[in-house]
Design a protein around this ligand. Structure first.
Ligand code: ZN
Ligand code: ZN
Length: 212
C-alpha cells in the first residue's frame, strides 16, 4: 500500500491518497482544505484515482470534494445516513462562521455489502455510527490477505474519540461502534484518524482513556 496524507490549518483534518504500488490505482479519502496537496501527490505518483470515499460528511472532511471531483472526474461515495449533513454543508459552515460552497452531489451510497476495489486492494466499508449517524470506517488491505489498515474518520483518535455533541452524535453508540467493530481487529492494525497522528488498535485498546 502506498499512502500519502496531508493536513492544513485551521482544522488539521487528515486527507489521504491510498494507492496500489503494483498498478498505481488509488482512492482519495476525505478531501478537505488540503485537497491541492492530495492532487499534487496524485500527479507526482502518476496515480489512477478511481473514487472519492468519505468517512462522514462534516464540512472539514468534504470541502475539497468539489476540486477533487473536477480534477479527477470520479464518483463520490457516502453513507446515506450522513446525506443530511452533506446537503447541509453550507449551514454547517455558517455555524463556524465560514462561507462554504455546496459540494457536488454524491454518486453512490455505501450499502451493507459494499466492497470497493482499486488495483490489488480491497476496501470494506464498516458502518461505525456515533460521531454522526452515517460515519464509516474503511478497512483496506491486499486482496486475498488478512492484513488491514483502518481509516476511521473522526470515530477514534490517538488517545481520544470523536465528539458526540453535534447533530446526530451519540456517545453510547460511538463507544459501541469502536468496541464491536474496530476492536475486532488485531492489535497491530494501523489506525489512520481524521485528525492527529496515526495509532494502532492495540495502543488504543490498552491506553485510550475513553475505552479502558
Ligand atoms: Zn467529524
Ligand atoms: Zn473532522
Amino acid at each position: 500500500m502506498r499512502l500519502f496524507t496531508a493536513a492544513v490549518p485551521p482544522f488539521f483534518k487528515n486527507g489521504y491518497v491510498v494507492s496500489c504500488e503494483h498498478t498505481r490505482a488509488g482512492i482519495l479519502i476525505d478531501p478537505g482544505d488540503e485537497v491541492d496537496e492530495l492532487l499534487e501527490d496524485v500527479d507526482r505518483g502518476r496515480l489512477d484515482v478511481q473514487a472519492i470515499l468519505l468517512t462522514h460528511a462534516h464540512f472539514d472532511h468534504v470541502t475539497g470534494v468539489g476540486r477533487a471531483k473536477a480534477a479527477l472526474d470520479v464518483p463520490v461515495w457516502l453513507h446515506p445516513d450522513d446525506l443530511f449533513l452533506y446537503q447541509g454543508v453550507i449551514e454547517q459552515g455558517r455555524l463556524f462562521g465560514l462561507s462554504l460552497e455546496q459540494p457536488p452531489p454524491i454518486d453512490f451510497s455505501y450499502a451493507p455489502d459494499t466492497v470497493i476495489r482499486f488495483g490489488r486492494y480491497v476496501v470494506d466499508v464498516l458502518p461505525t455510527p456515533g460521531h454522526c449517524p452515517g460515519g464509516v470506517c474503511l478497512s483496506i488491505g491486499p486482496e486475498g490477505a488478512a492484513t488491514r489498515e483502518l481509516f476511521v474518520g473522526d470515530t477514534l483518535f490517538a488517545g481520544s474519540i470523536g465528539r458526540t455533541d453535534l447533530p446526530g452524535g451519540d456517545l453510547d453508540t460511538l463507544l459501541n461502534s469502536i468496541r464491536t467493530v474496530l476492536f475486532q481487529f488485531p492489535d497491530d492494525t494501523p489506525v489512520h484518524s481524521g485528525h492527529g497522528p496515526a495509532t494502532t488498535i492495540g495502543a488504543e485498546r490498552r491506553g485510550n482513556p475513553f475505552l479502558t
